[in-house]
Design a protein around this ligand. Structure first.
Ligand SMILES: [Fe+2]
Length: 261
């Protein structure tokens, strides 16, 4: 079973619009084309938030138009930039499902919403934590994966770690009760960050548009090409994961940018 994680697409209603120099639609299409060219075909795609940048319905429709070329199911979680009302109204649509618990071949994938509407930082509220707990309790012998938008650990970048999952301690406390949960994937940080906490491996994905400079105190962009994360799961519980990036940065990102809205 192969999963592809696509994160932080930041589309606008206007396909020509750029984010700090990068036309986010063009950059997303480049990442999708890279995925289509990969001989290893995904069995599902999971979008880990920030699908739209400008809160417009058209931005989501632009994304749907690109993703409808895939025949596999696509799942998503919301990011801080997403519009919960539009998401609720639009999805499910075509191959994009609004299911948040995906169970197959001894694996249990749980998608959580860490968005606090109107805020950049995140939180897994009581209902999200209860949902996670219920999904894990329902399949105690399945290997579990949890995915959401915000980073549940600091990534070592002062400006970005202000916008962390604010109740990460509560989350990690709950994780301890479920030894079958050994892997967490997230987005939000527009960079690859990997590590381990409490014996649980965690991984982020690059954005499909601008990449944030790793370990930077202040906002800064890094000259790394956009891409996606792939995840291979075996029925025995083995997990392999890695990153694929496009050959070129699409557009010219503003290397001196100090932030964005
Ligand atoms: Fe983002």
């Amino acid at each position: 079973m192969r999963i592809v994680q696509i994160s932080d697409i930041h589309l606008y209603g206007d396909k020509q619009q750029n984010l700090l120099g990068v036309k986010t639609f063009e950059s997303f299409v480049a990442v999708v084309n890279l995925l289509k060219a990969d001989k290893n075909k995904p069995d599902m795609i999971i979008l880990t938030g920030d699908m739209a940048q400008d809160h417009s319905e058209q931005a989501y429709r632009n994304m749907v138009d690109v993703l409808k070329e895939f025949t596999v199911p696509i799942y998503f979680v919301a990011g801080n930039h997403d519009n919960p009302d539009i998401i609720e109204r639009l999805f499910p649509m075509n191959n994009i499902s609004d299911k948040k618990n995906i169970v197959f071949d001894h694996w249990n994938i749980i998608l959580l919403n860490s968005q606090i509407p109107g805020r950049v930082e995140g939180c897994l509220n009581v209902s999200q934590l209860n949902y996670m707990q219920a999904c894990l309790q329902a399949y105690p012998h399945h290997h579990a994966i949890v995915m959401f938008h915000h980073q549940p650990i600091p990534v070592g970048s002062t400006w970005l770690d202000q916008y962390i999952l604010t109740n990460a301690n509560e989350f990690w406390r709950l994780v301890k009760n479920f030894p079958q949960l050994r892997t967490i994937f997230f987005g939000h940080v527009h960079q690859v960050h990997e590590g381990q906490k409490q014996g649980v491996n965690y991984y982020s994905a690059p954005a499909t548009c601008i990449q944030f400079m790793r370990k930077s105190h202040d906002f800064a962009l890094e000259n790394l090409n956009p891409g996606y994360r792939w995840i291979e799961l075996s029925p025995e519980g083995e997990l392999k994961t890695g990153i694929s990036r496009v050959a070129n940065y699409v557009g010219t990102f503003q290397a001196d940018a100090k932030g964005y809205e």
